[in-house]
Design a protein around this ligand. Structure first.
Ligand SMILES: C[S@@+](CC[C@H](N)C(=O)[O-])C[C@H]1O[C@@H](n2cnc3c(N)ncnc32)[C@H](O)[C@@H]1O
Length: 454
């Protein structure tokens, strides 16, 4: 590993390196990078102690999630609105303000002094007094009990109020208030700003939850069972690089969110059956299906993303599963390309590409990427997937449609429209889990179980 110039020198004050790293991540995300990729890249080239890696991660993800709230504070405190600030200064102020607002492990004096020091050393020396003044002005407002950076008129608008406090894009805050009562919309926002849980699924063909807990405890990592999930465990503290934990290489467990673990069992897959997982990569649910079938039968794991599909093969191999066959294909055109597959599957899973509004806590920058136009496109693709895949189901067969979003157009409205257009199809179960619904964490997920009645 080589240290980048950004990693700092021995002479620099303590605590600058993780904050500089977080600042670089914010700049990279503003330039179009994905937050997790940018963070991984910066962590890869900056040697940091584990505690500093944790701090850099918390600051980068936290400040990205809270972008709208932080901008609203800058708008109130500065002479120049956030969007017109020099971008480098805007993102540095976000790191400083985020520590004052949300971090319970950074003393305010350290948040201010490190921000000013970074400005001086990071090409913003002339603006260091501006950073100092803005952060101190924020502290005075905070001490005076001021928690909402809005004018009284703006604060009176429910969507603006919710959107700024919970740092949600305006369109999403407005839609949430149409879908949910105010207190549940608030809970959604809180869940989206809480670091996600880290959940494991034990491979019951190779181990047991008790054995996995014991092996992890032996290296100082605590894992506890998740209520209602027979193979689910959650890690309670920091765990470092998961692939180095005992049992990972041996395929005793994999990482899978607790809500995602509820999807494969809805298919009730039986040993010996033929199952299609039409949107399979990276294989979280294909491998779960194979485990539930005792690795007896066939899981055809199909995906349009060739590189992502290779991850299905790697995961299946690590978990020791033989019954998964991978295929690179477009699921919307399968009946035309491979007519021999018509009416050939006992069960089909459509874990559809979606807006991911149920995973905003996990993907810090996602809320700033998604917009209503992209949802329009996704709904069309989801409809084409369902229309293309239903003919592949055997009579009496079962199809499960799932997404990790909460948008009704991608979920209940779409399923109702599909069922209305098909004479021999009925919904036997459907539910929407919102982020924050499950105790201890969990993504938002939608699932509908459809059965052919002919
Ligand atoms: C939500 S992800 C699937 C996650 C996966 N089921 C798991 O549990 O690990 C959706 C997947 O759909 C794939 N996809 C999108 N459009 C597709 C299409 N037309 N045909 C097949 N796969 C598609 C994407 O490449 C992506 O891997």
């Amino acid at each position: 590993m080589t240290a980048s110039p950004a990693a700092g020198s021995a002479a620099e004050p303590k605590g600058l390196a993780p904050r500089r790293l977080a600042w670089q991540v914010l700049q990279a995300v503003a330039a179009g990078a994905y937050a997790d990729g940018a963070l991984e890249r910066e962590l890869g080239r900056t040697p940091l102690a584990p505690a500093d890696r944790g701090l850099a991660t918390e600051l980068a993800y936290g400040a990205i999630r809270q972008r709208r709230l932080l901008d609203a504070w800058l708008d109130q405190l500065g002479k120049v609105p956030a969007e017109r600030q020099p971008p480098k200064l805007r993102w540095l102020l976000h790191i400083g303000l985020y520590q004052l607002l949300a971090s319970d492990r950074v003393p305010p004096s350290a948040a201010v002094s490190t921000t000013v020091e970074l400005a001086k050393r990071g090409g913003l020396a002339r603006l260091a007094p501006v950073a100092n003044g803005l952060l101190r002005a924020f502290l005075r407002r905070q001490e005076a009990g001021d928690t909402l950076p809005l004018t009284p008129e703006a604060a009176a608008d429910p969507a603006t109020n919710l959107g700024v406090r919970q740092s949600l894009p305006p369109w999403l805050a407005a839609e949430l208030l149409q879908w949910l009562p105010p207190e549940r919309a608030e809970a959604f926002g809180r869940a989206c700003n809480t670091p996600p849980s880290l959940d494991l699924r034990v491979n019951r063909l190779r181990s047991t939850p008790a054995d996995v807990c014991a092996a992890l405890a032996a290296v100082g990592v605590e894992a506890i069972p998740i209520d209602g999930l027979s193979a689910g465990l959650t890690l309670t503290g920091r765990s470092g690089d998961l692939s180095r934990l005992p049992g990972f290489v041996e395929g005793h467990w994999c990482v899978q969110d607790r809500a995602a673990q509820r999807i494969a069992p809805l298919l009730a897959p039986q040993p010996g059956e033929r199952i299609l997982d039409a949107c399979a990569a990276p294989g979280g649910k294909s491998t779960h299906l194979a485990e539930l079938m005792g690795d007896q039968g066939t899981v055809l794991a199909l995906d349009r993303g060739e590189a992502r599909l290779r991850r299905v093969s790697r995961n299946a191999e690590r978990l020791g599963l033989q019954c998964i066959t991978v295929q690179h294909a477009d699921a919307t055109t399968l009946p035309h390309e491979q007519p021999e597959l018509l009416a050939s599957f006992d069960r089909i899973l459509v874990d559809a590409p979606c807006s991911g509004l149920g995973t905003l806590a996990r993907h810090a920058d996602a809320r700033w990427r998604i917009d209503p136009a992209s949802i329009d496109e996704l709904v069309l693709l989801q409809r084409r997937l369902l229309d293309g895949l239903l003919p592949l189901l055997k009579p009496q067969g079962r199809l499960v449609y799932a997404t990790c979003t909460v948008h009704p157009r991608e979920n209940s409205q779409l399923i109702e429209a599909v069922v209305a257009a098909q004479p021999h199809l009925q919904i036997t179960e459907s539910w929407q889990l919102w982020p924050g619904d499950l105790a201890g964490g969990g993504d938002g997920f939608y699932a509908a179980v459809l059965e052919r009645t002919d």
